[in-house]
Design a protein around this ligand. Sequence first.
Ligand code: SAM
Length: 329
Amino acid sequence: MFSYRHAFHAGNHADVLKHTTLIALMKYLTQKDTALTVIDTHAGAGLYRLDGDYTETSGEASQGILKLLSASKTVPVQAARAGAAPKNVAPATPDAAASSYAWAPALQDYLNLLRDLNPHFAQTSDPLHLKIYPGSPFIEQKFLSGRDKLKLFELHPTDYKSLAGNIEQLGVGRQVVVAREDGFEALKTFLPPPARRAMVLCDPSYEMKTDYLRVSSCMADAVKRFATGTYAVWYPIIPRPEAHDLPRKLKTLASKAGRSWLHATLTVKSSKLTLDPEGEVVRPGLPASGMFIINPPHTLKADLQAALPQMVQLLAQDRHAGFTLDHGG
Ligand code: SAM
C-alpha cells in the first residue's frame, strides 16, 4: 500500500498544474475577512529537495517545473511577450527571451512562491538554483492569515514525520494541525467548518484502484455536509476506466447538488505505448492529469485560461500536448 512517495514526483508536470491551480484558489479565498479552514486530505511531506536522491532518480521535475523555467528562456521574444502558444515548441535560442517571458498571472504567482523558498534562484533565475520545491501544505500555509486554519493529513509514516518536522520549523503553533490519519475519513469531522468557509484539496496517490471510488464518495459526502465549500481534486489521466470515470462522476455529483464546477486538464505527451530498439514495450509515464474543482471562485476560469496555454507551450513533449478547460453549473 505504501510504495508511493511524492518525493519521486515533486515538481513534475502534474504538480505544475495542481500547484498553479491551488495558488490561484488560495489567493482568491484568503482575500475575504472571514476565517477560512483549509483541509489537505493527502498532504505528502510538505517540502522536497529537487537535488535530493528521490527527485534526481526519477528526474520528473526535469519535465515539469525545471522544463517550464528553462523552456521559457528559449521562446522567441514576440511569442513570449504575447504569452501565446506557438504550434511547435520554440527552437532553442537561449539569449532571446531570458527574462522577458510574459508569464500568465497565476504562473507568475507560482514562480514568486518558488523564489521565496529559493533565494539563490530568486537572484539568478537559473533553474539550476531551484533546490527546494514546496508541496501543497507549504503553498496553503503561505496564504493563511491569523484567523485561518490548516488541517493536514498524511498516512505514510516517513512522510508524516517529515511533514510534522517541516511544519514545526515554521513556528505557526496550532494554526496548522498535522495528523497521521486517513484523510478521506478525517474530512468528515471538519465539515461544516466553524466560520462556514472551507477549501479542500483531495490529492491521493491513486496507488490503489479503490482511491478513485473513495474520492467520488468522499466528495459526495463533503458536498452534502457543506454545500458551499470549495473542493479541488487532482487525478491522473491514464488508460484506466476508473480514471476516465472520475471527472464524469464529479460533474454529475456537482450538477445534481446544483453546484458550479470547473475542470482543467493538461496533457504533455501521447499515452501510447512504444517499442524500444530491442522490441521491449516502453510505457510513457504519466502523460496527463486533471484538476476538478467544485464551487470554484469566479476568477479561476480566467486564471487558468491564461496559464494553461503557457504550460502546454513550455511543457509539451510531443504533438499530442494540449489542455482542456470546461465548466458548468
Ligand atoms: N498533496 C501533496 C502535494 O501536492 O504536495 C502530494 C500528495 S501525494 C500525491 C499523496 C499522499 O497521500 C502520499 O504522501 C501518500 O502517502 C498519502 N496517502 C495515501 N493514502 C492516504 C490516506 N488515505 N490518507 C492520507 N494520506 C494518504
